[in-house]
Design a protein around this ligand. Structure first.
Ligand SMILES: [Fe+2]
Ligand SMILES: [Fe+2]
Length: 495
């Protein structure tokens, strides 16, 4: 059931004659649920359909009663929250989807307030809901256009207020953000390739640019973590090292942010992660890309990339742009939490925090990326479950927990089969622990396995008829087997 908290009493009524808070909460809860389902039904059925007509009468009566007792019946959308007659509506398990549905409907028409006035009749309410469900949503000035429609249909007992400009600015910023984030991502990859080329030609490195790019990544992560994690699904086989390094930087910053690190620390962590494998420049290609298992001599050479990396970073002329911790990360990112792993001459009894974070992300990104020498690439959830088995031995248990919570049971970018027969890609995990198994999923095939550019389905959505979840994940799938490039779906959002 939905829970309501009273923000402030603005109705001006004497509390002794007003309905008890409990009754009021119950009524508001019903109005909210009936209003959402009437709107949903209107989007599916014609106005004369009996299923739709049946929704109107009880909703109308509830609004009438509220107008009588409260003197007002007003929905408000602000600060990403819905209010009814100043009561903040909080959501649980069953009503969460209704909340998301209704706020999305408000946002797309830029409605900040919707109120009903005395004199409203059933016919007017029906017309309004049909209009809200069907009227075109204009790209430019959607609110003004909708308001005109209300006037044209002479719905004089319904009033609307435009959403606060601040709220719109936030929403528009999010749209602009995705474009900018993709740009930073691509730039970082190009930059890293350049850095590596210059390094190998012993030219002066542009470390000022590195710091600036990582600063942008930090800003982007704090605005839209899910989208940034989604970008780490982008794979280019010929540019593996560059993509791997940028991915490790992005996800390390995400973990650092969840640990509460400050902005400067996040930038240092990002730079350290960005250069963790710089020592690999010294490793011959035939060893780096060998398809068979490395022999002992080869493995010894490979393992040297840790201290070779630290050595390289220590020698850099522009050391002021590189945090000292980057040297630790290059040196320690293959050490296990129990101090095994390599380099083997390890004598310290602790590992730097940044190294422990990069260790986790490095492993996750490496085993989930398709490489010519890797026989079996893991799906993102397979990788996570293997890592959880190694919690406390290979990986720091607390940091691994933070990471697992961040990417969810079905990590962003996982291809999943749904019980509806559709396939989808996880676009956003659900922040509520109770909904961990119910992320938002972009539908990419229909029930007949035909590829579609489907909606982003919220798996908390409940079928009003059966009162059961509309879609549930059955299992995750390997996108390579289905010839699906997960990254395309994230990049498409930034077009
Ligand atoms: Fe490495
Ligand atoms: Fe690595």
């Amino acid at each position: 059931m939905a829970v309501y908290t009273e923000e402030k009493n603005q109705n001006g009524l004497d509390r002794s004659t007003a309905p008890s808070p409990k009754t009021l909460f119950k009524t508001i809860e019903e109005i909210f649920i009936r209003f959402s389902s009437a709107l949903k039904t209107a989007q599916i059925y014609e106005p004369n359909n009996i299923t739709f007509i049946r929704q109107i009468n009880p909703l109308f009566n509830l609004i009438q009663n509220t107008l009588g007792s409260e003197g007002r019946a007003v929905f408000q959308f602000r600060e990403n929250t819905l209010f009814f007659n100043t009561m903040r509506i909080k959501f649980d398990f069953l009503s969460y989807h209704n909340f998301k549905f209704l706020s999305d409907e408000f946002i797309k028409r830029e409605i900040g307030e919707l109120g009903f006035e005395s004199g409203l009749d059933e016919d007017e309410l029906t017309k309004f809901i049909v209009l809200l469900a069907d009227a075109e949503v204009k790209k430019e000035k959607p609110f003004e256009f909708f308001l005109e429609e209300i006037k044209r249909n002479q719905l004089s007992h319904i009033f609307l207020e435009r959403i606060h400009p601040f709220e719109i600015a936030t929403i528009k910023e999010a749209q602009k953000f995705k474009k900018a984030a993709k740009k930073v991502f691509t730039k970082s990859i190009t930059h890293l390739k350049e850095v590596f080329e210059r390094e190998s030609q012993q030219k002066r490195l542009q470390l000022k640019t590195t710091r600036r790019l990582i600063q942008s990544i930090v800003n982007n992560v704090s605005q839209h973590e899910a989208f940034m994690i989604g970008l780490t699904n982008v794979e280019k086989h010929d540019e593996y090292t560059a993509h791997h390094s940028v991915n490790v930087a992005i996800m390390s910053i995400c973990v650092g942010r969840r640990l509460g690190l400050e902005k400067k620390e996040l930038v240092d962590l990002g730079i350290s992660a960005f250069f963790h494998d710089i020592g690999k420049l010294e490793i011959p290609m035939e060893i780096l890309q060998k398809e068979e298992k490395l022999d002992n001599d080869e493995r010894e050479i490979m393992e040297k990339h840790t201290y070779q990396g630290a050595g390289k970073l220590a020698c850099l002329k522009e050391l002021s742009y590189i945090p000292v911790k980057a040297l630790y990360v290059a040196l320690e990112h293959h050490l296990w939490a129990n101090l095994s792993g390599y380099p083997k001459y390890w004598k310290k009894d602790y590992i730097n925090l940044y190294s422990k974070i990069v260790k986790i992300i490095d492993f996750f990104d490496a085993v989930t990326t398709d490489r010519p020498y890797r026989k079996h690439t893991l799906t993102r959830d397979e990788a996570l479950s293997i890592m959880l088995e190694k919690s406390g031995t290979e990986f720091d248990p607390i940091l691994l927990k933070v990471f697992a919570n961040m990417i969810g049971v079905y990590p962003i970018g996982t291809l999943v089969a749904l019980n509806s027969g559709e396939l989808g890609i996880v676009m956003e995990t659900n922040p509520e622990v109770a909904f961990m198994l119910r992320p938002s999923v972009k539908l990419i095939t229909n029930r007949k396995s035909k590829k579609i550019d489907g909606e982003i389905a919220d798996l908390t959505e409940i079928d009003p008829k059966t009162k059961e979840y509309k879609r549930t994940i059955i299992k995750s799938l390997d996108p390579n087997k289905y010839n699906i490039r997960v990254s395309d779906y994230f990049l498409a959002q930034a077009e």
